[in-house]
Design a protein around this ligand. Structure first.
Ligand code: CA
Length: 230
């Protein structure tokens, strides 16, 4: 789960980011409309919190441009424009929700939770690779019917690979989706976590290689038929 916070008031942006971080969400910040579009194009976000009065490009223009290309990303407008016509305009242009400033953080968080729940419900929830399963809703992973335990970072990496099952996912993409933009990521962190995931899987099931390292291109979870005889 990764969020994009588009907000030009620095203090407010950090306040939102900190609060969301405490609740377990990763997020990036964009301080104007152009940066928002740039990050959205490169980032793979599940939800965007969008201010409207922004430098360089108005929030409604940002909304329009994103919606032209992406009908799935959840967009919550968080704005000081409180008139009913302004709210209707935002929703008509494709925002999923609209919260007026000043706002209560708990309400913002509750609304984000709801949007992300809808986003999950629209996806298939159970992923399988041979005897390895991932439930995207409960984040439970099982191997040969037994629960497996992964750290939070390992789970995020696994989820990212499962969401692109059968495709090679580049290191850059994995880092983009599983770490904050600002994280000072030493280059071996991803390899370290992947190694740990592979080791845990190998310990339980040495006969199968679930995650393949495609040299120079990235990693993938294979598409394997489900083995019913567990
Ligand atoms: Ca603003």
């Amino acid at each position: 789960m990764k969020l994009l916070i588009v907000e030009d008031e620095e203090d407010l942006a950090y306040f939102i980011q900190k609060g969301l971080h405490r609740s377990g969400y990763l997020s990036d910040l964009a301080k104007d409309g152009e940066e928002a579009l740039y990050l959205w194009e490169t980032g793979g976000y599940d939800c965007i919190i969008l201010d409207l009065n922004l430098p360089k490009m108005d929030g409604l223009e940002v909304l329009k441009r994103i919606r032209k290309k992406d009908e799935f990303v959840k967009i919550l407008i968080l704005s000081a424009r409180t008139k009913i016509e302004e709210r209707v305009e935002g929703l008509d242009l494709g925002a999923n929700d609209y919260l007026c400033k000043p706002f209560d953080f708990l309400e913002l968080e509750a609304r984000i939770r709801t949007l992300l729940r809808i986003s999950y419900a629209q996806r298939s929830t159970l992923y399988r690779c041979g005897s390895l399963t991932l439930n995207l809703k409960s984040h439970e992973v099982t191997l040969q019917g037994r629960p497996m335990f992964f750290t939070r970072k390992e789970s995020m990496i696994l989820e990212c690979l499962f969401l692109h099952q059968g495709q090679v996912v580049s290191q850059e993409k994995l880092i983009e989706q599983c770490w904050d933009e600002d994280t000072d990521l030493f280059s071996n962190a991803l390899k370290f976590h992947l190694h740990s995931i592979k080791k845990k899987l190998e310990k339980e099931d040495p006969a199968h290689e679930y995650i393949k390292n495609v040299r120079g291109r990235g990693y993938m979870i294979l598409e394997m038929p489900y083995e019913t005889a567990l």
